[in-house]
Design a protein around this ligand. Structure first.
Ligand code: A2P
Length: 331
């Protein structure tokens, strides 16, 4: 499995298992099966609501001798209700307790958006705190302190734009090593990819398969189905593989890590095997031409009526969804 090496010599396997939308009751089996198949990178977050089951599955896999803790790369994310310097360590300790781990490999600020402490997912604008660069800086100080305390070997961010990264880089003591964002052929974000490459920030692509199992509230009528894209399907047919494998190989070949979610043993196997596929330069050119700026997880759930956030403060050009539409569940 290809990996990216960090300055301290740690290696992040480029293909990982995503656990967003993997329901309690099925995520544990998926983690166990993934580890048996050879996955060594598992991506989670406290807001996904399934970390205790992920943790139990990891413990069982280690106890069964299938893998050692050192061979696994475990990522989690600070939820938006725990921004602020003092809130990071308690949130991270809860995640560690849920995952039954002494330390994470990577801890990310999930969104640059803060909500009121105690709120799980915002149900009205009153739950949201206004954009505030100083708060993000304070949260990052908490992340730095957590890394120095040995609670996570690496720290980074998620859903950060170039502007938000620039602001963070101006003030940080420890640089973010990873930015996890939505990335796929319909949303290629070439400026962000180039910026992160130049700054030595590794990118992880979420929703690599188009997250077709998102809650209906996060979907728009008539949105394109990534797995059914005709160009991707044609390339897959030429290679005798699946569309999912083409989508995943595209990231791996560009040195970008990616975290497809599956709870199906057959699809877990298929996704891991994408690492063996080599796309030709002509394939890559055809995929490059697919960029349409289609954002599937567009952050409109932060933009309900009366929200102190705007598309501009989110650094988003447009949103597909009706922003008066309240999203009640993220997981
Ligand atoms: P399932 O969990 O039943 O396998 P994303 O990673 O972009 O969030 O997409 C996850 C969605 O894609 C899930 O609905 C998942 O279903 C499905 N999926 C995962 N792997 C494949 C695959 N190889 N082919 C088709 N669908 C897949």
């Amino acid at each position: 499995m290809r990996s990216v090496a960090f300055a301290n010599g740690d290696h992040l396997p480029l293909l990982g298992l995503g656990t967003w939308k993997s329901a309690p009751g099925e995520v544990g089996g998926a983690v166990r099966e993934a580890i048996r198949l050879g996955y060594r990178h598992i991506d989670g977050a406290s807001i996904y609501g399934n970390e205790p089951e992920v943790g139990a599955a990891i413990r069982e896999a280690i106890a069964a001798g299938e893998v050692s803790r050192e061979e696994l790369w475990i990522t989690s994310k600070l939820w938006s209700n725990s921004h602020g310097r003092e809130n990071v360590e308690p949130a991270l300790r809860r995640t560690l307790q849920d995952l039954e781990l002494a330390a994470l490999d990577l801890y990310l600020i999930h969104w640059p958006v803060a909500i009121r402490p105690g709120v799980g997912f915002p149900s009205s604008a009153a739950d949201l705190l206004p954009p505030d660069d100083a708060r993000i800086r304070a949260t990052w100080e908490g992340m730095e302190a957590a890394r120095e305390a040995g609670l996570s070997r690496h720290i980074g961010v998620s859903n950060f734009s170039i502007r938000k990264l620039q602001e963070l880089l101006r003030h940080c003591r420890i640089r973010p090593e990873v930015n996890q964002v939505e990335l796929h052929p319909l949303l290629q974000q070439p400026d962000l990819v180039a910026f992160c490459r130049d700054e030595g920030i590794h990118l992880t692509a979420y929703s690599p398969l188009g997250s077709g199992d998102r809650p209906a509230a996060l979907k728009a009528a008539g949105e394109p189905v990534l797995l059914e894209n005709p160009v991707i399907s044609a390339i897959a047919a030429e290679h005798g593989c699946s569309a999912a494998q083409v989508l995943l190989a595209w990231h791996l070949q560009r040195g970008i890590s990616t975290i497809p979610k599956s709870v199906s043993p057959e699809r877990l196997r298929q996704n891991l095997a994408a690492a063996d596929l080599t796309l030709s330069p002509a394939d890559l050119d055809r995929i490059a031409a697919l960029d349409q700026g289609v954002r599937l997880v567009d952050g409109s759930f932060w933009l309900m009526e009366g929200s102190p956030w705007t598309l501009q403060s989110l650094d988003r050009k447009s949103t597909r969804l009706n922003s008066s539409h309240l999203v009640i569940s993220y997981a």
